[in-house]
Design a protein around this ligand. Structure first.
Ligand SMILES: Nc1ncnc2c1ncn2[C@@H]1O[C@H](COP(=O)(O)OP(=O)(O)OP(=O)(O)O)[C@@H](O)[C@H]1O
Ligand SMILES: [Mg+2]
Length: 405
């Protein structure tokens, strides 16, 4: 067994968890008794202090812990004290995109598109909740039995969702989608095989020609990443208003106004919805409106905006394919109180949306543009859709239908 394996095994043992809890208690006592203001210290100083305390404790208690294990223990104790406990190192690890905690002993990370279990554990549910609360505290958000669900954004732009018992049946859950320091570029997407050069060129041209478009895909399929890329191509002379629940888009654009929705406060008041913001955006004389994701009654205002001079507007929609996307829009419009008949709605959708880009996360973890589909108009009561590009997973075939059209 390698040294790393040994120390991993050590860290996962029950003994170790108990030990860590007592070390934590000792540190807290020291800090309180000596009235130390460790939060004002440098990281180095905290590290030295913790290591010294842990060494002394190990000696005093005559614990069967070697030098290396003492250092592991000191690092974990410091993370517990200052940071986000057992997941601190995952948060610091730039190769990790997503961190998912399902209860104290099931922790997963996504690296390069692949989700895998990691040997990380919390002591118990309360420990997970403590870490979640430490993440949320600086944001002024709370999480307890009366507010058992939180969706928030960290100062660095990472997204955090937490949900705890009694709503979560198997213990507190935490998901962190880390914010990439630099968004994926067209070159990155080409390199990862997420898109081909002809598809890229075509989309570039359509964005510049002010096509209204929707990026469609499942959870984590790369919708926001693509929307961000497409938005980069909006000519610099145009004024953009972006509307998001949690500002994720990072447009390198001189003329962009960013708006963010607001959840209701504790009294259930003062919410600002995406619909409010789309309506307001229309009064801000934008050339284009970009909505991070359409998922509620803002759909009607978005369709209207696309139909009334804000050509080149873009959004994303959660759906598994292009047909489902249209159904979902109909459904959302229905919920939003649309009171025309189906044919008029189809007409509106057909006039508003010109292009759908479907993205998907393949079983390998790779994200890919599966199809680029044009809305060709209305035939009778049905929308006619025509693929411009399609990727067939079977046979890994890239089809380009432009010549056929
Ligand atoms: N083409 C790609 N290649 C590799 N990784 C990607 C690609 N597109 C997105 N990712 C990564 O996948 C994760 C999810 O991406 P993104 O947020 O764009 O998805 P989404 O569909 O908007 O997710 P959600 O449904 O949560 O809104 C991010 O960590 C992102 O960096
Ligand atoms: Mg998204």
């Amino acid at each position: 067994m390698s040294v790393t394996e040994q120390s991993e095994r050590f860290r996962l043992s029950d003994q170790y968890q108990t030990l860590k809890a007592s070390v934590h208690a000792v540190l807290i006592t020291q800090i309180e008794e000596r009235n130390l203001d460790i939060y004002s210290w440098s990281a180095d100083k905290v590290e030295r202090f913790v290591l010294e305390q842990v060494r002394r404790y190990v000696l005093e208690q005559r614990l069967p812990v070697n030098q290396r294990e003492t250092e592991v223990l000191a690092r974990d104790a410091r993370n517990e004290l200052m940071g986000f406990g057992p997941i601190q190192h995952l948060i610091e690890d730039d190769s990790v995109n997503d961190i998912v905690v399902n209860g104290p002993t099931n922790v997963f990370v996504e690296r390069a598109g692949k989700l895998s279990a990691v040997p990380v554990r919390f002591n118990n549910d309360a420990h997970v909740i403590r870490v979640i609360q430490r993440i949320l505290a600086p944001l002024g958000r709370r999480l307890d039995e009366s507010t058992p669900m939180v969706d928030a954004r960290l100062p660095d732009g990472s997204r955090v969702n937490a949900i705890i018992p009694p709503i979560a049946l198997d213990g507190p859950c935490l998901s962190i989608r880390k914010f990439r320091k630099s968004p994926l570029s067209a070159d990155d997407l080409l390199k990862y095989g997420s898109i081909t050069q002809p598809e890229l060129d075509y989309l570039h041209m359509r964005v510049q020609k002010r096509t209204n478009l929707i990026v469609v895909g499942g959870t984590g399929s790369g919708k926001t990443t693509f929307l961000n890329l497409l938005s980069q191509w909006v000519p610099h002379g145009e004024r953009i208003v972006t509307i998001e629940d949690a500002a994720e888009l990072r447009l390198q654009h001189p003329h962009v106004v960013r708006l963010e929705t607001r959840p209701p406060n504790l009294e259930g008041e003062r919410a600002v919805s995406a619909r409010d913001l789309v309506r307001n955006a229309l009064r801000m004389r934008p050339d284009r409106i970009i909505v991070g994701e359409v998922r509620g009654d803002e759909v009607l205002d978005m369709l209207q905006a696309m139909n009334t001079g804000h050509d080149g507007s873009m959004t994303t929609l959660h759906a598994n394919n292009v047909r489902d996307a249209i159904h979902r829009i109909e459904l959302l419009a229905g919920f939003a109180g649309y009171n025309g008949n189906e044919t008029t709605l189809h007409g509106q959708i057909g006039a508003a949306i010109q292009l759908l880009v479907q993205v998907s996360r393949l079983p390998s973890g790779q994200r890919r543009v599966m199809s680029i589909t044009e809305v060709a108009g209305l035939q009778g009561r049905e929308l006619v859709m025509r693929d411009v590009f399609r990727y067939e997973v079977d046979g890994d075939r890239h089809l380009d239908f432009r010549a056929a059209a």
